[in-house]
Design a protein around this ligand. Structure first.
Ligand code: NDP
Ligand code: KPL
Length: 299
């Protein structure tokens, strides 16, 4: 593929990982940032290096682009309106790389003409300070099937990022929700990394949280079973390093607002629509809502 011009909105963990992948695939990357920095550094298990990107802090400084990647937290998507409107030339697709199940809804109110490609990413990536991202392993992505999805897969696939399309994005997004609904709030509330899931009582709680979630996901049209939820948890115990965290834990440590309304909150809202009981998720949501953002000592 010829070199493409890629604008990445958001320069946290996922913005950093995608900038790294796009640069190593031979593309030109511009980071649209809220908190400025001089250089983008990517730290991985094998190496630490600088990724050559342009950094812009004002939409007025943007040129023309072939792709727009939105990598803010879901609750910040609307605040990126200035960037998105300036980039909205009706040609460059907007790839929304976020957790949750609201990829289109999060920017629907902006009335953009661009085509939107919903995307999911699995990776452990932590922005430890502005312009410095730690990626603790390779990344995998799933995007909605179609012509734009195929092109996006070609755009970002590298040795460290494998991407594919899926014809059932709804199921993929709810499967991703299963990976977030227990670990994200539990790590954020306990201020522990994934090792916390190995505590027998926490594992039991997680099983209950995901059992509720599977019923809601199925009511929402996702093709998931309780065996899928069991597999998500056994993968966490057997395959994920216990020293990995979650994006919600990283936000809590940094004293930033967390994404709970768009993960646990989205699940509870869907459950209410289907009249399904989700007492464990509702309790996690109540606790997450009660947290006050304050910077925590690093763990
Ligand atoms: N981190 C991870 O390992 C994973 C994250 N995800 C999901 O990916 C998405 C992105 O997460 P992640 O990268 O971790 O989040 P981060 O909080 O690390 O990064 C978000 C970035 O968005 C920036 N931002 C917010 N509002 C604006 C704005 N208006 N204009 C420009 N930049 C803005 C923030 O700016 P500032 O620098 O000023 O804070 C920050 O750099 C989330 O939905 C998350 O759940 C999914 C899988 C794994
Ligand atoms: C599943 C996990 C933990 C890593 O991909 C994630 O999505 C997150 O950190 O929010």
């Amino acid at each position: 593929m010829a070199a493409q011009r890629i604008a990445v909105i958001g320069s946290g963990g996922i913005g950093g990982v995608l900038a790294e992948a796009a640069h190593s695939a031979g593309h030109q990357v511009t980071m649209c940032v809220r908190t400025s920095f001089d250089r983008l550094t990517l730290e991985t298990p094998g190496r630490t290096g600088e990724i050559p990107v342009s950094v812009v802090t004002e939409p007025g400084a943007l040129g023309e682009y072939d792709w727009v990647l939105l990598t803010t937290k879901v609750q910040d998507a609307a605040s990126a309106a200035g960037w998105l409107r300036k980039l909205d030339d009706g040609r460059a697709p907007v790839v929304v790389v976020q957790n949750g199940v609201e990829h289109r809804e999060s920017i629907a109110g902006l009335g953009l003409q661009a085509q939107v490609l919903p995307a999911l990413i699995y990776v452990a990536a932590e922005r430890v300070r502005p312009g410095h991202v730690v990626r603790r392993g390779p990344a995998t992505m799933q995007v909605e099937a179609g012509e734009i999805g195929e092109r996006f897969v070609e755009l970002v696939s590298t040795d460290d990022l494998s991407a594919r399309t899926t014809s059932d994005f709804r199921t993929a997004a709810w499967r991703k929700m299963l990976t977030n609904l227990a670990p994200n709030p539990i790590t954020a509330l306990t201020l522990r990394r994934l090792d916390v899931l190995r505590e027998p009582d926490i594992l039991d709680l997680s099983k209950g949280v995901l059992a509720e979630a599977v019923d809601v996901a199925r009511a929402e049209g996702a093709r998931l079973t309780h065996a899928d939820a069991e597999k998500v948890l056994s993968d966490y115990i057997e395959k994920f390093p216990p020293t990995n965290g979650t994006s919600m834990l990283y936000d809590r440590l940094a004293g930033l607002p967390t994404e709970h309304e768009h993960i646990t909150g989205a699940l509870v809202r869907a459950a209410d629509e289907h009249d399904l009981p989700v007492p464990l998720n509702r309790t996690l949501l109540t606790l997450m809502r009660a947290l006050r953002p304050m910077r925590m000592p690093s763990i």
